[in-house]
Design a binder for this molecule. Sequence first.
Ligand SMILES: C[S@@+](CC[C@H](N)C(=O)[O-])C[C@H]1O[C@@H](n2cnc3c(N)ncnc32)[C@H](O)[C@@H]1O
Length: 291
Amino acid sequence: MKEDPKRLERWTVKKLLEWTQGYLEGKGSEAPRREAEELLAHLLGIGRLDLYLDLHRPLTGGELSRFKELVKRRARGEPLQYITGQQGFWKHEFHVEPGVLIPRPDSEVLVQATLEALRGMESPFVLDVGTGTGCLIISILADLPQAWGVALDISQQALRLTRKNARKIRVEERLALVRGDLLTPFKKGVFHAIISNPPYIAPEEWGSLPTEVKEHEPYRALQGGEGGLYYISQLISRAWEYLKPDGVLVLEMGWRQKDKVKILLKGKPYKNVEFLTDLGGRYRVVRAWRR
Ligand SMILES: C[S@@+](CC[C@H](N)C(=O)[O-])C[C@H]1O[C@@H](n2cnc3c(N)ncnc32)[C@H](O)[C@@H]1O
């Protein structure tokens, strides 16, 4: 079918952004303009700001119908990052896809805490348990060119994505990928640091998560067993054996879990335990050194 040039001319970048902003706002989006821009920039294969260099550019019929599909997915509640296939974290853009948890800005506290602990060390060896997209370990290896690491996950899909991200960010030669369940595959006493953002949502908290998360992000990446503390407790009880003496354990946790995590650490061979906060002042990370 031939496109009617007059009809299509009406849908310029500017007009489409305005329409989509209004539509997404009506569907409950909290950042409708930014989302409209990200979707359209993704469709056109350009940066968000580049849209403003050619606001009067008309869209072709093919572009319009593909854009409509993207907007429909977003309006149905699919996370924007799964639609555009990317998420910025720390200093890099990471590939993301449905089935693997989207990196969260809060987890940058863990990256910062680990970098601080390893700075100055000659060639630190770091294990990331439950690597997902690989955002934590890849950010650390990219900032510390002498470091090397292991990314472990129970999900094969997560490991495939981590490989793709490690190649993109050029750390793949210093990163081994291992499929496994927590710490089982490793020799004891070898790591300078063990880091993890494990699943830590309690079953009773599940209902209060945003629908976007509950319906689209992987259950296994979030659900942390009783009190949300199953994986945190396993890691605290066992990680010290896999660390070198003076090695560091850095774990993300739920902002209301500090007191329980403190109890889990009691009597275990760790020293200098610290709880670190996110930008909102909530305790999100625990850092402890092996005695
Ligand atoms: C909260 S996500 C964190 C992902 C990533 N590190 C991040 O910060 O975005 C937890 C990850 O742990 C993985 N996982 C769940 N159970 C596991 C287990 N028993 N052993 C290893 N990894 C596990 C999930 O597949 C998921 O990728």
